[in-house]
Design a protein around this ligand. Sequence first.
Ligand SMILES: Cc1cc2nc3c(=O)[nH]c(=O)nc-3n(C[C@H](O)[C@H](O)[C@H](O)COP(=O)(O)OP(=O)(O)OC[C@H]3O[C@@H](n4cnc5c(N)ncnc54)[C@H](O)[C@@H]3O)c2cc1C
Length: 277
Amino acid sequence: MGIYLRPTEIEEAVAALATRPLTILAGGTDFYPARVGKPLSDDILDITALAALRGIGEDDSHYRIGAAVRWRELAALPPWCACLTLAAREIGGMQIQNAGTLAGNICNASPAADGVPGLLALDAAIELASSRGMRLLPLAEFILGNRRTALRRDELVTAILIPKPRRPARSTFLKLGARKYLVISIVMVAALVETDRDGTIAAARIAVGACSAVAQRLATLENDLRGRRLAPSIGAIVAESHLADLTPIDDVRAAAIYRSDAALALVARGLEDLAAP
Ligand SMILES: Cc1cc2nc3c(=O)[nH]c(=O)nc-3n(C[C@H](O)[C@H](O)[C@H](O)COP(=O)(O)OP(=O)(O)OC[C@H]3O[C@@H](n4cnc5c(N)ncnc54)[C@H](O)[C@@H]3O)c2cc1C
């Protein structure tokens, strides 16, 4: 075991990161399983005592989810954040939801990270801190590939920012796995629509996970949805061409072709769910 730091102030944490390479530890639910059978030699920065990283805050324009907020705490978000809160309820099991964090999920950057599609649909940004100051990155610029992020060696994620929609919005999340709990996703879909007063779609953000190295927004479908009525038949407009940018793989959980079919069905079903009264 290397050194183990557990600061209570952000300034202490970023000062420590500025002096030596440290492995950041939040809930440990990705960190520890990845080290089973290996010596625990990392120098650790445990962020669980940093009060500034706790809780969900709100101002006129944003929700701010602290980096130490655990999955089970996300239930406090408003109904239009269902694409995230529904995902939170399906992560692992109760113990994982009590220990694991949303920030840890995105920093781990697995292609099957269940938090990423919902955060893409919510247009989230990532707040990062270092001894040089703060910066904000759109999520799509933070996750660069399979287990690769834009996090610099001397930085930590301090929060996730979610802009409040300017129109009425609703969202949903659908996860396909081999069973209901304690399962890695085969495909997951997050969808959010903002509607005008007459019920037409003013904006849509649809993201698919586990079908590419990083969860992807479906830009062509989002464009095709704009201006249409949010009616129960809306799922019928989803075509294979809308999913052309996905690159599903064959692995132990599913064949690529099955993932493609399932993604198509889940995107259509998600939109139909949003149209339900
Ligand atoms: C039994 C089991 C079931 C699971 N089920 C699911 C599931 O259904 N869906 C799913 O998506 N995941 C699942 N996971 C994976 C894991 O629980 C989640 O990814 C969780 O959100 C990770 O959060 P954590 O706080 O435990 O991260 P940690 O393990 O503490 O950290 C994960 C990574 O992120 C880095 N990190 C953490 N916080 C920060 C920060 N603030 N700034 C910079 N870097 C940081 C760490 O250095 C590490 O590299 C499961 C894991 C287990 C063991």
